[in-house]
Design a protein around this ligand. Structure first.
Ligand code: ADP
Ligand code: MG
Length: 639
């Protein structure tokens, strides 16, 4: 055989165009992808028991011969398959549901293995819907009689089918060792080929742990190698070395109506130094919501302008692009600044050009700096910005990315962190409100609105009434809006969600901004960047469904002015776990601390927004495994 790990999946028997499409949906295109599609849990069927030794409630495998198997209709009109197997010690009943084809496969005399838990059926001990497998004396079992991996089920691809394909491949392929030198040197890691075999067909539970560890190591190494290569390419590029006009920049800073924080000063120094270098800057600026990242990027844009180059500002949404436009025009009344919308004609010679990712496909004459705001909202794709020049790139995010993750995922970038808030900021008082106090909370809000003319955000997790059971207790924003209108019948309410047209979104937001609405009911689309200083209260419904970092960013929409601000967390989930997580939010106002905590409690998905964007998505490894990340970076450094 000469099957290669890089071969297309379509070279396998039983994988026609139909299955190929289904596999593609799982991201499986090659044999290697298939082998890296690993079980998400394991069933231990390794205990093989004679029929006379079976005990109710035990999960075991029994091997015997079919004595009979027949279809029998149930009261509801479905078919059950009822039968019996025997070995040299006794007989036991077996039963399946709605699998009539079984009677055409498992004839009397067929030798099979069944795995599962022995329970009761028709007052007799029985295997109910067990895993089964025909036994042929020359072949070992795949689905029974051992520890059996269960693969994430996806439409039309059963775990059993996947396992059979993987088994087919493993029986034929020779797996070349990958990265074994470095992995084995760092000791205790399994060899790669062994790990691939054991992750699918472990002999014991310890195998599954060791195999996963080894494959996770490779995944980190791959990731790090990719970023290292990107960095190498970047260093070779010839960028634009800007002359830094110190006095002009100082002047600009001194004329601001606030004093920059020490943190802002520090990151501005780092950025300005980058701008003066010959290699293009590639820097990630992290800073909590409200830490003042915009002014930092504005100063970089100013330095760029003073050298006769353009700055492109990318925002994740049109709303935020509009807001940047307002801030920048008021900071730089004398510069030509243009806002690009879906309808506007592109002005290519402005000093600063602001827009959404649609700008990425355009080329401009003299771009010196590209600022990307809230990068994680753009998703996985590497930003490919085709320009005549090699501009400096400043990426900004309010997502508090834990250091270990940042250093792995973004090791081709330099990191700058703003780790303090402007002095005048107040803590946002955050409460976890028990359901029985909901009415009191509503009354309190009414009073705040009428006494202080304060404004309120009410955030709901989803737009449409969801059909899925796990989401059934989530209030849909539309339904919630209708009921809130009766609760707050003397107040003015607006509704904002992602399915509204751009124009409608802007209308609602502008009304809220201008004080024509008291309450804005919204999905998490208000999450990033929106600046409405008079909004001082936020209610978050279904708050347990959000990651802590995301909740923290959400509540950052209030507390932007000088008034005392509040965030009220509602949830129907009163489990200890949810309560503990949410309580952390009431006690901590550091986005980084919350992100670290979420990393421990829920994994990295919530922090990085993996679910939406696939950003930072790991297949096998886990971001919380800092030890392995360290091993992998050492290995890459030695490559
Ligand atoms: P973010 O980092 O979340 O993007 P912004 O840049 O929008 O935050 O800043 C939030 C608000 O804080 C803006 O109104 C901005 O003008 C103001 N701001 C920025 N830096 C300072 C500072 N050093 N002192 C006081 N206010 C500041
Ligand atoms: Mg911002």
């Amino acid at each position: 055989f000469n099957m290669l790990i890089t071969d297309s999946i379509s070279t396998l028997p039983f994988v026609g165009p139909n299955y190929e499409k289904k596999l593609e949906k799982l991201g499986i295109l090659t044999i290697s992808d298939l082998l890296h599609h690993i079980p998400h849990r394991y069933l231990d069927f390794s205990k093989i028991t004679k029929i006379s030794d079976l005990k109710i409630g035990e999960v075991v495998t029994t091997i015997g011969t079919i004595t009979f198997l027949r279809n029998q209709p149930t009261k509801s009109g479905r078919l059950m398959q009822i039968g019996q197997i025997e070995d040299d010690t006794g007989k036991i009943s077996v039963a399946w549901f709605s699998q009539p084809f079984l009677t055409r496969m498992l004839f009397p005399g067929t030798k099979i293995a069944v795995s599962g838990e022995l329970s009761w059926f028709n007052k007799n001990p029985a295997f109910f819907s067990p895993q089964y497998e025909k036994i042929d004396d020359n072949h070992e079992t795949v689905h029974t009689g051992k520890i059996v991996g269960v693969y994430p089920a996806t439409s039309g691809l059963s775990s059993k089918w996947l396992k059979a394909r993987i088994k087919y491949v493993l029986d034929r392929i020779e797996i070349e060792n990958k990265l074994d030198d470095s992995a084995l040197k760092t000791n205790k890691l399994l060899a790669f080929s062994k790990a691939i075999r054991k992750i699918h067909f472990p002999e014991n539970m310890d195998d599954t742990v060791k195999a996963r560890e080894r494959l996770a190591f490779n995944e980190f190494v791959d990731l790090l190698t990719k970023t290292k290569e990107r960095k190498k390419k970047l260093i070779k590029k010839k960028g634009i070395s800007l002359k830094i006009d110190d006095s002009n920049i100082k002047n600009f800073i001194n004329n601001l109506d606030f004093k920059l924080t020490n943190s802002q000063d520090k990151v501005i120094d780092e950025i300005v130094e980058d701008l003066s270098k010959k290699t293009p800057m590639n820097r990630l600026l992290q800073g909590d919501v409200g830490s003042g990242k915009t002014i930092v990027s504005a100063i970089a844009a100013y330095a760029t302008y003073l050298n006769g180059y353009q700055t492109i500002f990318l925002a994740p949404t049109q709303i935020l692009a509009n807001q940047h436009y307002e801030s920048l025009t008021s900071l730089f009344p004398n510069l030509s600044i243009s806002l690009v919308t879906a309808n506007s004609k592109l002005i290519t010679n402005s000093n600063i050009i602001i827009g959404t990712h649609a700008l990425l496909t355009k080329t401009f004459e003299k771009v010196g700096l590209l600022v990307i705001d809230e990068q994680h909202k753009f998703g996985v794709k590497q930003i490919n910005f085709l320009q005549k020049t090699n501009p400096h790139v400043l990426t900004m995010t309010a997502t508090p990315i834990p250091r270990t993750i940042a250093q792995t995922l973004f090791s081709d970038m330099d990191l700058s962190v703003i780790d303090e808030l402007p002095k005048n900021r107040q803590k946002i008082k955050t409460w976890l409100v028990p359901n029985e106090k909901r009415d009191n909370a509503y009354e309190w809000i009414k009073k705040q609105v009428s006494d202080y003319k304060s404004q309120v955000f009410i955030i709901c997790p989803l737009v449409e009434e969801s059909e899925s059971e796990t989401l059934k207790d989530v209030k849909s924003v539309k339904k919630e809006f209708a009921s809130l209108q009766t609760i707050f019948k003397n107040l003015r309410l607006g509704l904002l969600h992602g399915k509204l047209k751009e124009k409608e979104k802007n209308e609602v937001l502008n009304k809220f901004k201008n004080g024509e609405l008291d309450i804005l009911v919204s999905t998490p689309v208000v999450e990033v960047g929106i600046d409405i200083p008079n909004a001082t209260m936020m209610i978050i419904e279904g708050s347990d469904r959000f990651g802590l970092a995301q909740l923290h960013q959400l509540r950052g929409r209030v507390g932007r002015g000088t008034k005392e601000s509040y965030c009220l967390l509602f949830t129907e989930n009163d489990s200890m776990k949810a309560t503990n997580r949410l309580t952390a939010l009431t006690k901590t106002s550091s986005g980084f601390e919350l992100a670290e905590l979420d990393l421990k409690l829920r994994g990295a998905g919530d922090i990085l927004g993996t679910k939406q964007s696939g950003f930072g998505n790991l297949k096998i490894a886990d971001w919380s495994d800092t030890k392995l990340i360290k091993l992998a970076s050492e290995a890459v450094a030695n490559l």
